[in-house]
Design a protein around this ligand. Structure first.
Ligand code: NA7
Length: 543
């Protein structure tokens, strides 16, 4: 190990991750005058948009909204080309922002953080990296993302496969040729659903291995014309402000009332209108979409009828229809021609729940019914969501307690940002925050601003440590659980990463705050206004 690799550097704050959250945090904290270092495993900025380069990767929040609001200059200078931005364009955007504010000089790339230990005596975090380096700082900000650690699916024999093996979550940074190839795709979440039409168009034959069908709504993606962009750019301040008053930080024409009291025809008309408009807004037609069984059943059935209309082969349509869980219990997908793709001659849908994958062979995938030979196998099998990146680092807090010990029964946080026993450590959009139920960029900005304001106050008042109390964490966790219990999202059969059901052994706990982004933001504000209620602030004089 070289001297450089064992080097220890001291900062005011170390940020783990250079995605949307880490970049904005660096910008904000540096502007406040703090000495900041960002540590990033990849060799570029962008987080999820850096790694997920698979064909068809695209954001499911509209591009005029899935962007930073902190700089009007950025808002005015940057132009988006499509209603939903493709991965490559989002990556260009984050690089544009990073370069504009000269952020990269404070980011150490190609460095994976693997430990974080709180030194109680010194009141400092020691952030250790796989390179052998240690970074010491008073504060540690985990900007590690909600969907950043790919899960390793249990696929017997996967190491035997002699063809090309890819994961959507770490797609190579070079073109992959599908021409003349038989391609197998395992997984039909957002990633698999976005990739399917593109793979089908490029490959000789595409085999889609589906375990659970998903509900998918058409994106109706299109190019953005100048007038539309100009209109947004000239109204950004008020539209951003309005978006922040919604449940999900997004202007998506949320319906104002419940659907339960309406007639079937009235609800049907709303679903049809939203299907024609496209996108995640389908889920916001009524305020009781995820709480009323009647409304949810209707919406679920609506999508199933659309699948029947689009997919010509009735057997394939039947396989594609989600039957056993309510719409929204798994994150809905937004697609371009997904269902239609199954009308192609060169696409085969395989129901691996009915006909399970027994093993991966040298030449392909062996199902109970026989072997499917493929040249390329793609895993679109998902993530250890919300907690994976944090438990993998497994910070060690006060008294030597590890995060995995504290979270043995599931994640417990205060406001999704702080954990008792882990002083001066903050998480951006952590479990217990609205996170994946919102426009993440806006939520990231809200969390980072809250932490920055908090740090400013602590520094002004000479506070040494801030730590959530166990009572505040427990109360918040109960509140998060209760909000989820009042919906249809936690029900059996949802089998979703929302509840950690895709990871063996992970506690089955609903991990996001469902009270809405605006309410959440108000609560965060009142906590700060009340002198950081629910936190214990320790000054040197108290120690
Ligand atoms: P998801 O949504 O977690 O989807 C993963 C898919 O992989 C899902 O269909 C799984 O089926 C399937 N899967 C996982 N393991 C296996 C095995 N062993 N055999 C067969 N099929 C398997 O991940 P995505 O990357 O698509 O999307 C994640 C989020 O990113 C998305 O929600 C957006 O927010 C962006 P299952 O449903 O578990 O039966």
């Amino acid at each position: 190990m070289s001297a450089a690799q064992t080097h220890t550097s001291k900062y005011d704050i170390v940020i783990v991750g250079a995605g949307f959250a880490g970049l904005y945090a660096l910008y904000r904290f540096r502007n406040e005058g703090y000495r900041v270092k960002v540590i990033e495993a990849g060799n570029g900025v962008g987080g999820t948009w850096f790694w997920n380069r698979y064909p068809g990767a695209r954001c499911d929040v509209e591009s005029m909204q899935y962007s930073y609001s902190f700089s009007d200059e950025v808002q005015q200078e940057w132009s988006w080309s499509e209603r939903y931005a493709p991965q490559g364009e989002i990556l260009e955007y984050v690089n544009f922002v990073a370069d504009k504010f000269d952020l990269k000089k404070d980011i150490q790339f190609n460095t994976r953080v693997n430990t974080a230990v709180f030194d109680e005596a010194a009141g400092l975090w020691e952030i250790g990296c796989e390179t052998g380096e240690t970074f010491v700082a008073k504060y540690c900000l985990m900007a590690t993302g909600c969907l950043s650690v790919p899960m390793s699916p249990k696929l017997d024999g996967i190491e035997r496969f002699k063809g090309e093996l890819y994961r959507t979550s770490s797609w190579p940074d070079k073109p992959v040729s599908f021409e003349g190839k038989r391609v197998g795709l395992i997984g039909t979440g957002s990633s698999g659903i976005q990739a399917t039409p593109r793979l089908a168009a490029a490959a000789d034959h595409l085999y889609v291995f589906q375990r659970t069908p998903n509900y998918s709504i058409p994106a109706h993606n299109h190019e953005l014309d100048d007038d539309y962009q100009h209109d947004w750019k000239s109204h950004y301040p008020e539209r951003r402000a309005l978006a922040k008053q919604t449940r999900n930080n997004t202007l998506n024409a949320a319906g104002e009332g419940p659907g339960e009291g309406l007639s079937w025809d009235e609800r049907e008309a709303v679903f049809e209108e939203r299907w024609q408009f496209g996108g995640l807004g389908f889920m916001y037609g009524f305020t009781d979409m995820t709480s009323s069984k009647v409304v949810n059943d209707h919406a679920s059935d609506f999508v199933r009828r659309k699948i029947d209309q689009i997919v010509k082969d009735p057997e394939t349509a039947a396989k594609l229809k989600p039957m056993h869980y309510p719409i929204g219990a798994k994150r809905i997908c937004v697609d371009t021609d997904y269902y239609k793709t199954f009308n192609r001659e060169n696409v085969t849908l395989l129901d691996v729940k009915a006909d399970p994958i027994e093993t991966v062979t040298e030449a392909g995938v062996k199902l109970a019914s026989g072997e499917i030979e493929v040249d390329i196998l793609i895993l679109a099998t998902g993530f250890d969501a919300m907690t994976g990146a944090l438990t993998r680092i497994n910070p060690v807090g006060r008294g030597g307690q590890t995060l995995t010990e504290r979270w043995e029964d599931g994640p417990k946080t205060y406001l999704g940002m702080a954990i008792d026993g882990f002083p001066n450590m903050f998480i951006v959009t952590g479990p217990g925050s609205p996170s994946v139920f919102t426009n993440m960029v806006t939520s990231v900005e809200q969390n980072v601003d809250w932490v920055a304001d908090c740090m400013n106050r602590l520094e002004t008042e000479g506070v040494q440590t801030i730590e959530a109390t166990t009572e505040a964490v427990d109360d918040w966790t109960v509140k998060v659980g209760e909000l989820a219990e009042n919906t249809l999202l936690t029900g059996l059969g949802s089998n979703s990463w929302y509840v950690g059901a895709n990871i063996e052994g992970k506690p089955k706990v609903f991990m996001a705050y469902l009270g809405g982004a605006a309410t959440y933001s108000d609560i965060c504000k009142s906590v700060a206004d009340d002198g950081y209620a629910g936190f214990r602030l320790v000054s040197p004089a108290d120690a």
